[in-house]
Design a protein around this ligand. Structure first.
Ligand SMILES: C[S@@+](CC[C@H](N)C(=O)[O-])C[C@H]1O[C@@H](n2cnc3c(N)ncnc32)[C@H](O)[C@@H]1O
Length: 233
């Protein structure tokens, strides 16, 4: 088991509870951002307990959620809707044929994967030409010192955190994979430190270290999330 799957297996209940608390908001954000006809076959890569899949479900024909963590998939299946399906799998090697989906999305997952470039390439591969790809993830700050402080904070809190990508890196990944930008937006929020550390079960020395980092540089509590809607060319 990798550090990522291990961390999410241990904290699956907390991840699902936070998902439930945010479900209505995410559903509204997805409805406003992604143009959908209702006939689409959709895929959510790194679905966790199904956050993006459940936001999409009322808007599409059917949606498949993929994640490597069984504990999260069990919680997704407990919440299942008639047009949702959850399967175990790795976003860097999706077990679907080319062009199998009309819409492929990923929500807050790329920064937990060692090879986000492979996830984006796989997302593009399984999307039909003219279909849409949705990428939502926290962004690395443009300032190098701020990015380094945030990286120390995030990896101290959660060793499964790999690396936040900058907007420029994401745009390069999109271009490399034939994904043409249709729409983008950014959302800024300030984290509640206690809730954020609890979510990752960050305790003991690690928690004290991360709290010290946040006291030293409160900018690490600022979260910028990028939303990118792309067409598969
Ligand atoms: C922060 S959670 C986000 C979960 C969900 N998308 C959400 O928004 O609540 C990151 C997710 O990435 C998943 N993950 C880690 N490595 C992965 C991989 N190689 N392929 C697909 N998902 C992966 C984890 O299991 C976890 O569910």
């Amino acid at each position: 088991m990798s550090s990522s799957t291990d961390r999410f297996a241990r904290t699956a209940d907390r991840v699902a509870a936070r998902q439930d608390a945010r479900a209505a908001r995410l559903a509204g954000e997805v409805r406003d951002f992604v143009p959908l006809a209702g006939s689409e076959r959709a895929l959510d890569v790194g679905t966790g307990a199904g956050a993006l899949a459940f936001a999409l479900a009322p808007l599409v024909r059917d949606v498949v959620g993929v994640d490597p963590v069984r504990e999260l998939l069990d919680l997704a299946r407990e919440r299942a809707l008639p047009n949702t399906e959850f399967v175990e799998g790795d976003g860097t090697a999706l077990a679907f044929p080319d062009a199998d989906f009309d819409l492929v999305g990923t929500h807050r997952t790329l920064h937990h994967v060692a090879r986000p470039d492979r996830v984006v390439a796989e997302m593009a591969r399984v999307t039909r030409r003219g279909g849409h790809v949705l990428v939502v993830d926290q962004l690395a700050p443009g300032d190098a010192a701020e990015a380094a402080a945030l990286h120390a904070f995030e990896t101290g809190r959660d060793p499964s955190h790999t690396r936040l990508l900058t907007e420029a890196e994401l745009h390069e990944l999109f271009a490399t994979n034939g994904l043409v930008l249709v729409r983008e937006r950014r959302g800024d929020a300030r984290r509640d430190l206690t809730a954020y550390l609890d979510l990752a079960a960050c305790d003991g020395e690690a928690r004290a270290g991360v709290e010290a980092l946040a006291a030293e540089d409160p900018r690490v509590l600022a979260e910028r999330v990028g939303w990118f809607l792309l067409v598969r060319s």
